[in-house]
Ligand binder design. Structure first.
Ligand SMILES: C[S@@+](CC[C@H](N)C(=O)[O-])C[C@H]1O[C@@H](n2cnc3c(N)ncnc32)[C@H](O)[C@@H]1O
Length: 285
């Protein structure tokens, strides 16, 4: 079967990297930041403490988090060091602008440059749940620990727990979860990531692990749910190719029809998408 959407040339990552997905990432940024009370990250350091500091956005997508950070730093009168975003591909990067401080570059977060050891004051990474197997998460956390400054450098990981959402048995959401768990299993991806990240951060050597959890309403009946529902609906539609390839559902049409029923369920049941932000620090030794 051929697809009209463009995907990364990698085995692991499930979502497309086309114009629609790039635009959706900006919508998603608004939805997620609003859910966390307007904050770009939940733990230390403060915005003011980023004076002269280097910041890394790991798996940056279209770089929307970094552009927002850049704007806030400018408004706060804070002059950072280098703001760097890395991704597997540059397909979603915006075209270069002379006014932009941040540098976006192609790099694998499983193998960050050796010369970055001990460099960053803050590393942010959001929504890699559809990109990393359990073993890769552990490698990734080791890499993020390595590139943080000892003693003061902090990481912020933001993920969704929706793939483990307890929908009523037999409901459209429950069927979708079964399809997506099979899709994830085929690639070794971790559907219940929120239940694991705290322990994995500690095992990787991080300290001061803290978690902030929020519920994001997705029902169109709620004023605040409309945009979020639209975003997560479009995001989940992006998994159709992977779901069909895994054999979990017969066709893309079947998947789209299932998603329509799931969205109606979100409206009727006032379903929320659980998100969590994990913050942690690299210890001195
Ligand atoms: C769902 S998007 C989220 C993008 C961005 N973090 C945000 O929240 O807007 C996940 C991104 O991670 C990238 N990615 C997946 N695996 C990666 C890897 N091993 N190294 C670098 N980037 C990766 C994908 O290419 C994609 O752009």
């Amino acid at each position: 079967m051929t697809s009209s959407r463009h995907f990364h040339n990698v085995e692991q990552y499930l979502l497309p990297a086309d114009a629609d997905e790039t635009q959706r990432l900006s919508l998603q940024h608004r939805v997620v930041v609003r859910a966390f009370g307007g904050k770009l990250w939940s733990g230390p350091p403060s915005l003011q403490a980023l004076q002269g500091a280097d910041v890394l956005d790991s798996g940056t997508g279209n770089g929307i988090w970094l552009s927002d950070l850049e704007r806030r730093l400018a408004e706060g009168g804070v002059a950072p060091g280098h703001l760097i975003g890395v991704d597997l591909s540059d397909r979603q990067f915006p075209s270069a602008s002379p006014r932009r401080l941040a540098t976006l570059q192609v790099a694998d977060i499983l193998n960050l440059p050796a010369e970055w050891t001990g460099r960053f004051s803050l590393v942010h990474q959001r929504l890699l749940v559809a990109g990393l197997s359990g073993a890769q998460w552990k490698t990734c956390l080791g890499q993020l620990l390595r590139v943080l400054q000892p003693d003061t450098g902090c990481v912020e990981l933001i993920e969704t727990g929706h793939f483990a959402h307890p929908y009523p048995a037999g409901s459209p959401g429950d069927v979708l979860m079964r399809v997506l768990r099979q899709t994830f299993a085929k690639r070794g991806l971790v559907f219940d990531i929120l239940a694991r990240l705290g322990d994995w951060l500690a095992e990787a050597g991080f300290v001061d692990v803290a978690v902030t959890t929020v519920e994001i309403p997705m029902s169109r009946r709620r004023e605040d749910g409309h945009e979020a529902g639209e975003n997560f609906f479009r995001g989940l539609l992006g998994l159709q190719e992977a779901a069909v390839q895994s054999g979990a559902i017969a066709s893309r049409q079947d998947y789209i029809e299932l998603m329509d029923r799931v969205r109606a369920q979100w409206d009727a049941d006032d379903t929320c998408n659980t998100f969590a932000a994990f913050s942690a620090r690299r210890p001195a030794t």
